[in-house]
Design a protein around this ligand. Structure first.
Ligand code: DAH
Length: 345
């Protein structure tokens, strides 16, 4: 028999003996290093020496070296297991204590509001659209009938990334991209982030969620506009909700409106409470100039659009006093909005 095989058998006996004698984890680790250590381990050394053996000897010695290595590694593992078992039975450790429940992520409260709003519009026949958060001046302003000398296009308000490149200041550019990509009829909802050089305070954050809506078709009228948004508000806030359209101004709609809701809460004892009027969105009939900009025939098609802030709606819905709480990602705060698995109700 090859003397190396003799030596391996001997090494194996010594190693297994040392494993049994190791009294704690540190001693066990020393045994591992002595025999299996990558650099100076005695068994590893034999394996390394294989290269200098004759070709006929190599397979037998190699097989034996691997068998011994395996054997010692298994013995080390078994012994280590025995130590941790002992540790677990150490005084002061109560194995009957229930484990900490695993942390399961929950849907962010603003995302829940987005989901709820999306579900309502989906049931009204809308589809979902998206566009890039980095966009250019043409999509963000010019195509939306907003001249570049408009205050909104000023560097005071918009986060520019380059001469014409910017972080979109609203989700309205998705209107333009959608109309460029599809012919009417269009009925879309486009939730997404928008960015502005805003102060960071209780009602403003420089990065915030918006939801854009757009309808374009033949024969779409102001009546469709008002009726659809009123239906949305009643489904979201309850059947007694009152909706008010105040005149407003946006460059991309004519006429434009600010939409307010007033919730009417009827208690079990019959008493009623009315909330103040709360502004929920900007909206209006799509300006024909916008339809022209995407090559639609503005004689044939009409449309309406809106933009709303689900962050602000979440503030109202949950009675949270400060928008920043939604964006600071403190799990103790966000965990309170956990909804049962299966999504928002
Ligand atoms: N883009 C507007 C904003 O960010 C919101 C808005 C108003 C969107 C009217 C619309 C609209 O689509 O028709 O303040």
């Amino acid at each position: 028999m090859n003397p190396l095989i003799e030596e391996l058998k001997d090494l194996s006996r010594q190693a297994l003996d040392a494993v049994q004698r190791a009294g704690d984890e540190r001693a066990l680790e020393a045994v591992r290093v002595e025999y299996l250590g990558r650099k100076d381990g005695r068994i590893s050394g034999v394996l390394r020496g294989l290269a200098s053996l004759d070709a006929e000897e190599r397979p037998a010695v190699g097989a034996e070296a691997n068998r011994v290595k395996q054997l010692v590694a298994e013995a080390l593992e078994t012994r280590a297991g025995a130590f941790s078992h002992k540790a677990a039975r150490a005084p002061g450790l109560d194995l009957t204590l229930p484990p900490r429940s695993p942390w399961r992520g929950t849907v962010h409260p603003v995302s829940q509001v987005v989901d709820d709003i999306w579900q309502i519009f989906k049931s009204l026949g809308f589809t979902r659209a998206r566009g890039p958060e980095v966009d250019d001046e043409w999509y963000n302003f010019v195509a939306l009938n907003t001249p570049l000398d408009h205050p909104a296009a000023d560097e005071q308000d918009t986060l520019y990334l380059g001469p014409e490149l910017l972080l979109r200041s609203h989700t309205s550019p998705v209107q333009i991209r959608t109309m460029q990509a599809y012919e009417p009829p269009i009925r879309i909802i486009a939730p997404g982030m928008a960015y502005r050089r805003d102060t960071y305070d209780a009602t403003h954050t420089p990065a915030f969620m918006q939801i854009e809506g757009l309808v374009v078709d033949e024969g779409v009228t102001f009546v469709d506009f008002k009726a659809t948004l009123a239906e949305f508000a009643r489904r979201f806030w309850g059947p007694g909700t009152r909706v008010r359209f105040r005149p407003g101004f946006f460059p991309f709609t004519e006429p434009s409106a600010e939409v307010d809701v007033k919730r009417v809460i009827v208690r079990d004892d019959g008493s009623r409470e009315e909330t103040p009027w709360i502004e929920i969105m900007g909206a209006g009939m799509v300006d024909p100039a916008v339809l022209d900009n995407v090559g639609y025939d503005s004689e044939r098609y009409t449309g309406w659009a809106f933009g709303m802030g689900p962050g602000r709606i979440a503030l109202l819905k949950y009675g949270v006093p400060d928008l920043r709480l939604f964006y600071e990602n403190d799990m103790r705060f966000l965990g309170q909005f956990a909804v049962p698995r299966g999504g928002a109700s």
